[in-house]
Design a binder for this molecule. Structure first.
Ligand code: FAD
Ligand code: SF4
Length: 501
């Protein structure tokens, strides 16, 4: 029986982050382990409210009150099993998820701070590794059926693990030189050290999943070949088409780049350096894209922008500005606009924001300014208002509000426009919809025998959604292949986050 008064006895507390001067001198994760005492105390704040809205907040349907109580009572093995029953990779979500479950925690109804669900999750996940090193659970019987998974991000990996455990032969094709999708070269080590991916991959390999890196499906191997070799195909190629701003004067100047180019270059040199000091980051053609000594301007306000900020400080930037088109959000939930338990529009301070830099809200870039040699030297910005008219965004600059911000390196982190246009799409006979995503039928098939999941289906989203869609698509593939019994399907293709409107 959970402690009904735990939240009255204990305030919400998170482990202290590593001090800023220490953490920006390396690439290690920002949070040290929390310690058992703190986590058991925080799990005690969950009162097992009876109608746990956190279940609806989490697309995976994680059994949050169950494992909170198991942690509270020190029953770690059972907590590990309970968490893994719904989530293949809690070490990823526990570190990276923005935790919509916490926004839906019933404590929020009474003006209390929510339970630290995500922190409890990561501690359970790490306990699993410490206890048995992620024991493989290979299938006892093979079905003799074979599935190709294209793309090795969290959607593809979750599907691969579910299908392999159900007895199917699974091959994951990845065009990059390493497995992990955005977790590998998109998200920096200070948010997710890559050892966590490698440990999971060892488990998947031991469970029979085969990995083929450096294979660009549609180029190195055709859709026809894949369909001939496998009984079903899952497309999980992500939504990696970065939004650009070609109409802004000066966009072609040297020093103006897509944010992903910067992040991938930085993550690659960190990966290559091991425990040593990373070399300055460059693009594949040798163009420097390192922030050391530079005035950096990051355009955009989301995860990608915050990751660029953290990378720029670790590379030794002279100064960083982060520009946002929208006004500064409130610090507390506006209940009229975003009532509990929906995901509120509030100011989100990532650990990277503690590390320096200046955030500038309600501004838009009017021009990237040339230094006379074709290299950017500044961005000219104007203060703006943003309105939605008939669903369209209207941005209006305030006359006389223009000014320049010095910039040697400009990073565009203004979102993604869906999955990339690439030969694979036509070969499989699928087309991008108006949002750049690939539609599916209710059974996750984009076309006969070809399934789709994750960002490629949903548009740029979150890891928790990618895992949930990967699990659900795996369940549909299992049924399609005539597998015995049902696999868990936490979401259907039409499922949307909790919303008031
Ligand atoms: C910088 C950044 C930071 C983020 N931070 C967070 C965060 O903190 N928390 C969070 O929840 N979410 C975050 N996200 C979002 C999250 O990473 C994605 O929602 C998630 O990775 C999507 O998973 P996926 O498996 O659908 O696709 P992806 O992870 O994008 O993986 C798709 C894979 O498919 C491969 N591929 C594509 N085409 C082919 C082909 N033809 N042949 C073979 N392989 C192919 C790609 O190389 C890639 O490896 C972040 C995103 C970015 C860009
Ligand atoms: S995966 Fe995300 S939403 Fe689900 S319980 Fe964990 S932190 Fe919450």
């Amino acid at each position: 029986m959970p402690d009904p008064n735990g939240f009255l006895r204990y305030d919400r507390r998170l482990p202290a982050r590593r001090p800023v001067p220490v953490r920006i001198s390396d690439w290690r994760e920002v949070y040290p382990p929390a310690g058992e005492e703190l986590i058991r105390e925080q799990a005690t704040r969950c009162m097992d409210c009876g109608i746990p809205f956190c279940h609806d907040g989490c697309p995976l349907g994680n059994r949050i009150p169950d494992w909170n109580d198991l942690v509270r009572t020190g029953n770690w093995d059972a907590a590990v099993d309970s968490l893994h029953a719904t989530n293949n990779f809690p070490e990823f979500t526990g570190r990276l998820c923005p935790a919509p479950c916490e926004a839906a925690c019933v404590l929020g109804l009474g003006g209390q701070q929510p339970v630290t669900i995500k922190q409890v999750e990561v501690e359970i996940a790490d306990a699993a590794v410490a206890r048995d090193g992620l024991r493989p659970r290979p299938a006892s019987v093979s079905t003799g059926r074979s599935v190709a998974v294209v793309g090795s991000g969290p959607a593809g990996l979750a599907a691969a693990q579910q299908l392999a455990r159900a007895g199917h032969t699974v091959t994951v094709y990845e065009r990059d030189d390493a497995i992990g999708g955005l977790l590998r070269y998109g998200i920096p080590d200070f948010k997710l050290e890559k050892q966590h991916i490698d440990k999971r991959l060892a488990q998947l390999t031991a469970e029979g999943v085969r990995f083929r890196t450096g294979v660009d499906v549609g180029v190195d191997v055709t859709a026809e070949q894949l369909r001939a070799e496998h009984d079903a195909v899952l497309l999980a190629c992500g939504a990696l088409q970065g939004r650009d701003t070609p109409e802004t004067p000066g966009r072609a100047l040297r020093g103006v780049h897509q944010a992903m180019a910067h992040l991938v270059a930085a993550n690659r040199v960190v990966a290559a350096a091991g425990d040593g000091k990373p070399a300055p980051a460059t693009l594949p053609d040798g163009t420097p894209i390192d922030a050391a000594g530079k005035h950096v301007v990051i355009i955009g306000g989301g995860d990608t922008a915050a990751d660029c900020l953290g990378v720029a400080h670790r590379q030794g930037a002279a100064g960083v500005h982060q520009l946002d088109l929208y006004p500064e959000p409130p610090t507390e939930r506006d209940a009229a606009r975003d009532p509990w338990p929906t995901w509120p529009w509030v100011l989100r301070n990532y650990p990277a924001h503690e590390e320096g830099g200046e955030r500038v809200f309600a501004v838009a870039v009017q021009e990237f300014v040339d230094d006379g040699t074709g290299q950017v030297r500044a961005v000219r910005i104007a203060e703006v208002t943003v309105e939605k008219v008939d669903g369209r965004r209207i941005v209006t600059a305030l006359p006389g509000s223009e000014r320049e911000i010095p910039a040697d390196l400009v990073l565009l982190a203004i979102g993604f426009e869906g999955t990339e246009e690439q030969p694979l799409l036509a070969q499989f006979g699928v087309t991008r919809n108006g949002r750049g995503a690939i539609d599916s039928r209710p059974d996750w098939q984009a076309t006969d025998g070809v399934f789709v999941a994750g960002d490629m289906h949903r548009g740029a989203s979150l890891i928790v959604w990618a895992i949930a869609e990967g699990r659900a698509a795996a369940a549909a593939i299992h049924t399609y292949l005539g597998g015995v019994g049902d696999l868990p399907a936490p979401v259907d293709p039409a499922r949307q986050p909790l919303a008031a409107r």
